[in-house]
Design a protein. Structure first.
Length: 62
């Protein structure tokens, strides 16, 4: 379950960005959070293939 390990790390990063709210502008904090969510989604897709059944994979080719 590598995904859970990465989830804990990303929760810590999320809290750090919450704490940096007074240092960084709100716009930069929002950008960091969006990047954070995108990276989390990528990690789930890469490290937790069991979430997706190989039989339901839709091939781009007919």
């Amino acid at each position: 379950m590598k995904g859970l390990f990465f989830l804990k790390i990303f929760k810590k990063i999320w809290r750090i960005t919450e704490g940096m709210n007074f240092v960084l502008s709100d716009l930069l904090t929002l950008y960091l959070r969006r990047l954070h969510l995108f990276a989390l989604l990528l990690i789930v897709l890469l490290y937790e293939p069991s979430f997706f059944d190989s039989n339901t994979y839709i091939s781009p080719l007919p």
